[in-house]
Write a protein that binds this ligand. Structure first.
Ligand SMILES: *Cc1c(COP(=O)(O)O)cnc(C)c1O
Length: 399
């Protein structure tokens, strides 16, 4: 009998009961705005900022309206101006080049390797092109961060990390988001903690933190934030920095705090699922597993594999056969983007030259979400289905 998977690839876990209770308390109070505080109460948003700064080991954490907002705010706070060029990944999600475009800057795309990380040789070759790198740890894959920082430090490049898929991940034990000058995170529903929409920016830099706080729309109430740079730093920047409103509110913060407290356990649960799928796929003819370096502590909230040098039609056939059996795969290589865009040539507002080495990889990437609502049994079944269908199409192509 043909096995079929019945689960949903977009179904997340419920919000923890404590989060629901805290959110209800915020709603009962009527005080949802982060600066609507009584007396010297800290409020959920500031408490969350302190807890996130502790979690990442950063001096400052700012809670904001979305991950994309955190990225654009980071660019503004490090001084990117209209017309500037910003290095970024050729393989990432649309909000990354979108953040660059939102400040009037121009993305300069850097290639992708078979490990699905930024191509450091390509980065080195383009290091004279810009003063800022917006590095996306796309799909949770971390590059050799020591070499990346060497290249960027030598060229005087400021690094902003997009950690939308790496909250909880690390390279050589140092958290992602803590290698560059600024780390940005998303708390959108499909990321590692879920408030519908939301995000964070972390940094150790007093002036960047002060500018980001003013940018986020703190009016002159920034003293009530969770982590606050010295007053003299605000004195330098507060009249020069525009308010580009994008605050988080207490309701979202209330939902996030208990999720942050259990994030490490959640990461372990993702990795257990990832391990089962990876083991089930390993050794499938024609399929390349993306190997994870031992220096990388990753969070397996999604998994990728490559169908390198396959015909387009054969990859499309694998996807439709898997879908018929309930397994929803995404193909970053599709001719037309469906439901998302993740390739440099889909962002036609940004000029780009063809990148043949990256194109070969991009064409081959197949991606699957691993929500925590899947059991380990589900994961084993999903791997059997993919293995069977990839094998069948591969055999047929070989006649
Ligand atoms: C989701 C995502 C973002 C942006 O996060 P939002 O909170 O949705 O704005 C940025 N980068 C990557 C790689 C993402 O997947």
């Amino acid at each position: 009998m043909t096995e079929v998977f019945k689960g949903s690839f977009t179904q997340q876990e419920p919000i923890p009961d404590e989060g629901i209770a805290a959110a209800v308390a915020v709603m009962r109070s009527g005080r949802l705005h982060r600066y609507n505080l009584v007396g010297d109460e800290a409020g959920e948003t500031a408490l969350l900022e302190r807890e996130f700064a502790d979690y990442t080991g950063a001096k400052y954490a700012l809670a904001v309206a979305s991950g994309g907002y955190a990225l654009a705010t980071a660019l503004r706070a490090v001084g990117v101006a209209p017309g500037d060029r910003v290095l970024t990944n050729a393989f990432t999600l649309a909000p990354v080049p979108g953040a660059v475009a939102s400040v009037g800057a121009v993305p300069v795309f850097v290639g992708v390797t078979e490990e699905l990380t930024i191509d450091l040789d390509d980065l080195e070759a383009n290091a004279d092109q810009a003063d800022v790198l917006m590095l996306s740890h796309m799909r949770g894959h971390l590059c050799d961060m020591e070499r990346l920082m060497e290249i960027c430090d030598a060229a005087g490049i400021t690094v902003i990390e997009d950690c939308a898929h790496t909250m909880g991940a690390a390279w050589k034990g140092r958290p992602s988001g803590r290698w560059g000058t600024v780390g940005c995170y998303s708390t959108q529903t499909y990321k590692h903690i879920n408030s519908g929409e939301g995000g964070f920016l972390v940094t150790d830099d007093d002036e960047i933190a002060a500018r980001a706080t003013i940018l986020s729309g703190s009016y002159m109430l920034y003293g009530r934030n969770g982590t606050v740079p010295p007053e003299e730093v605000f004195d330098r920047v507060k009249y020069e920095t525009p308010n580009v409103s994008g605050r988080m509110d207490h309701l979202r913060a209330a939902i996030l705090r208990p999720q942050l407290a259990r994030l490490d356990a959640q990461c372990a649960a993702w990795n257990a699922r990832y391990g089962v799928v990876e083991a089930g796929l390993r050794g499938t003819p024609g399929l390349t597993v993306v190997e994870r370096p031992e220096q990388e502590t990753y969070v397996g909230s999604s998994i990728q594999f490559l169908l390198l040098d396959w015909e387009h039609s054969a990859i499309a056939e694998v996807l439709s056969r898997c879908l018929r059996r309930g397994v929803e795969l995404k193909w970053f290589g599709g001719a037309e983007p469906v439901g998302f865009t993740s390739r440099y040539d889909s962002w036609r507002y940004a000029p780009s030259e063809p990148m043949p080495k990256s194109d070969r990889i991009l064409r081959s990437i197949v991606d699957m979400r691993l929500p925590l609502t899947f059991s380990l049994e589900d994961c084993a079944l999903i791997a059997r289905i993919i293995r069977g269908e990839v094998g069948a199409v591969w055999q047929a192509a070989r006649g």
